[in-house]
Design a protein around this ligand. Sequence first.
Ligand SMILES: O=C(O)CCC(=O)C(=O)O
Length: 279
Amino acid sequence: MKFDPSQLEQYRREGYVIVDCPFPEQLTAACLAAVDKVAIDPEHNATDSRGNHYRLKPQVPGSYWCDLDHSLCFLQIELHAEIVELARQLADDEDIYFRNGGINELAPGRSFKWHRDAEDDYVEFMHYFSGAKRGDGCLRVIPGSHIGPVRDLQAQMEQRRRQSADADPASVHVDDVELTGETALEIGRHQLIVRSSRIFHSTWVNRSDRARLMHHWLFRESAAANHRFDFSCYLTSELIEQLTDEQRRVLWLGRQFELDDKWEGERERELGTVQWSIV
Ligand SMILES: O=C(O)CCC(=O)C(=O)O
């Protein structure tokens, strides 16, 4: 699958586009079954210091990674042939690599505050497993904010937070301030948000009584020195055997490359302990 010219134009202009999932719903069902299998009572999830794994215990206390992020059923979506084709089209590079995936399980009463993920521009895929509406913490974006600096938006955000009636507007437990031009990306369960890493975004507070699951993942162009993992050290051979040659290619398995220093601390803490397999 490729983006058509109007989708490409929207992505370049607004910094995002919404498409139907180009993979079968059974792949999502398999991920949800895996979540049910490993989820624990949130009352007992004392090591989720990142606030993104409500019922999903981190493999190492304080880590971003639970048992599922790069487990086989999640990789089958992250590295689905149609997804890889879309990512290659946007990067204009056949030799892209999968940098990492992740799961945000947004707890009831929590939100993400306004931010930009990175200054580098790359494509991120976001799949809200049950869809997302304002009431359960959908994404808020400023269309076009992937272009240029976000200094003015940050200044507006800070000024509005100072004027806010909320005692602590920077708290994840309150809706962040409304910004000029923002739009809420309410989407269905079989849709994907494809967006630039640079778009300024936040979420509404999840006001439902259930956690809101969002699976997201990203690719980098071959020239970007931004490898977070050498996946051969983190994926079991049992899992790797189940992947296609094309999927192994996007993981850059068996290739030599430098890892990005940015995640050295994470690697020291997790290498040899964190691993993903078939759940
Ligand atoms: O969980 C979400 O909906 C948004 C998370 C977010 O802001 C991010 O992944 O950068």
